[in-house]
Design a protein around this ligand. Structure first.
Ligand code: GLY
Length: 432
């Protein structure tokens, strides 16, 4: 088979790494890729926003399966374009990708299908939004309807903050057309969790659980990022909670999308809030998580490609997955200043100290190869160090040991990835 991966971050490196191991794959392409991906795949410089250029490449090269990493091309309809050429794609159609591409759509969808989510209203008028804000309790959350690279969500403690958020989104258009419509919802407290399933439009296969860290600094302080680390399994997602989420969230989502004429084929990433009232949905994402993928795929013992092909062809009935028992931890090494402005082109050293192997993996996120063959930084999140271990503590120790030996000027990373998982384990041990 010939496989094309779209994207160039740590998630796509993890996907390409796993796909490369497949017995059924002969040729692997990844666009745009990065320095790490270029070691295992051909990286044609296609602009993923140029859907026709990507679809032309797929036809010309006879690509058997395209795996789309980021949400933007999915929401823009890349899957539909490639399918129209008679080629298989792993990733939902534009209609199904509205679950992530439009918060207004997804919230109304949840209301229509009785899927638990915070109470909300939708506004396309600034004055109406402000009147609503003034008469509703705090805190509240103001969200841009469209894609805003994870920056379009404002948790507001005062009515003034909420009105400011509306001004920024709807009047100043800080995120362009994404803020034309806003969703205002009640703030829900609890513990966040991410849950992933692969679906063929009817059936689902749950993946192992994972948890990420969105804030830039230890102790969940500082601004939100794309994700600064992750671990798997997510111990607070116990079996009872998983069954509940499958029954009350995932099943009605998949059935609802099929009933509404947009069957969901791909990976569905459900962002949840867990509290005493039970799980409720914060948001849907229509793609693998980054960096959750960097801890999930190393735990997958079976071949990923037949699973993706089966989902793309709409028939998971014979698909099987096997998981390794080991736990995994990934630590994201970021550039100085990230998630704000950051420099590029810094030389990365220390990668050659490691032989690597199946239990210690370096997924490149924002890297490029310099003129002398050296690896240089090229993004905010630069490198993901993933380690597998007999348990979370072991994986964590090995990931941090490796992370501390890699260097580039200004490198920073969180020191507390998976520490809450270890505290939870210690508490359970104390009560055993
Ligand atoms: N880890 C957060 C995300 O992928 O959106």
């Amino acid at each position: 088979m010939k496989v094309l991966v779209i994207g160039g971050g740590g998630r796509e490196h993890a996907l390409a790494w796993k796909i490369r191991q497949s017995r059924v794959v002969e040729e692997l392409f990844c666009s745009p890729g990065n320095a790490g991906i270029a070691e295992i795949a051909d990286c044609p410089p296609l602009a993923s926003s140029d859907l026709d250029a990507v679809a032309d490449f797929v036809s010309r090269q006879g690509i058997d399966l395209t795996v789309v990493g980021p949400e933007m091309p999915l929401c823009q309809g890349l899957t539909d374009k490639i399918q129209a050429r008679g080629r298989a794609v792993f990733g939902p159609s534009a209609g199904a990708a509205r679950l992530e591409g439009s918060k207004a759509f997804s919230k109304q969808f949840m209301r229509r299908h009785g899927i638990p989510t915070a109470p909300f209203e939708i506004f396309d008028d600034v004055d109406a939004a402000c009147r609503y804000i003034d008469t509703h309790p705090l805190p509240m959350v103001v969200k841009a309807d469209g894609l805003a690279a994870g920056k379009g969500v404002f948790i507001c403690e005062t009515h003034e903050q909420a009105r400011d958020a509306v001004q920024r989104l709807m009047v100043q258009r800080a995120f362009g057309g994404a803020g034309k419509v806003v969703v205002i919802e009640r703030f829900v407290t609890g513990r966040e969790a991410s849950f992933f399933v692969i679906s063929d439009g009817v059936r689902v296969i749950p993946l192992v659980t994972a948890q990420d860290y969105k804030r830039v600094f230890d102790g969940d302080r500082g601004p939100n990022t794309g994700g600064m680390g992750a671990f798997s399994p997510a111990l607070h997602l116990d079996r009872a909670t998983i069954s509940h989420v499958l029954e009350k969230v995932v099943a009605p989502t998949i059935k609802g999308m099929a009933d509404e004429g947009s069957p969901y084929r791909g990976v569905l990433y459900v962002g949840l809030m867990l509290n005493e009232a039970g799980p409720s949905v914060l948001e849907y994402n229509v793609r693998f998580g980054d960096p959750e993928t960097q801890v999930i795929l190393p735990r997958l013992a079976s071949d990923l490609v037949p699973l993706l092909v089966a989902a793309a062809h709409g028939d998971l009935s014979n698909a099987r997955v096997e998981w390794r028992r080991e736990a995994a931890v990934t630590v994201v090494l970021a550039a100085q200043g990230y998630p704000g402005q950051y420099p590029k082109g810094k030389k990365i050293t220390g990668l050659d100290l490691f032989v690597g192997g199946p239990d210690l993996l370096f997924f490149h996120a924002g890297t490029r190869t310099g003129p002398g063959g050296e690896i240089r930084t090229a993004g905010g999140r630069v490198l993901d160090v993933t380690a597998l271990g007999r348990d979370i503590a072991d994986a964590r120790r090995r990931a941090y040991e490796a992370a501390s030996r890699i260097h580039f000027p200004g490198v920073h990373f969180r020191r507390d990835v998976a520490s809450d998982a270890m505290e939870l384990l210690a508490r359970r041990g104390a009560h055993a």
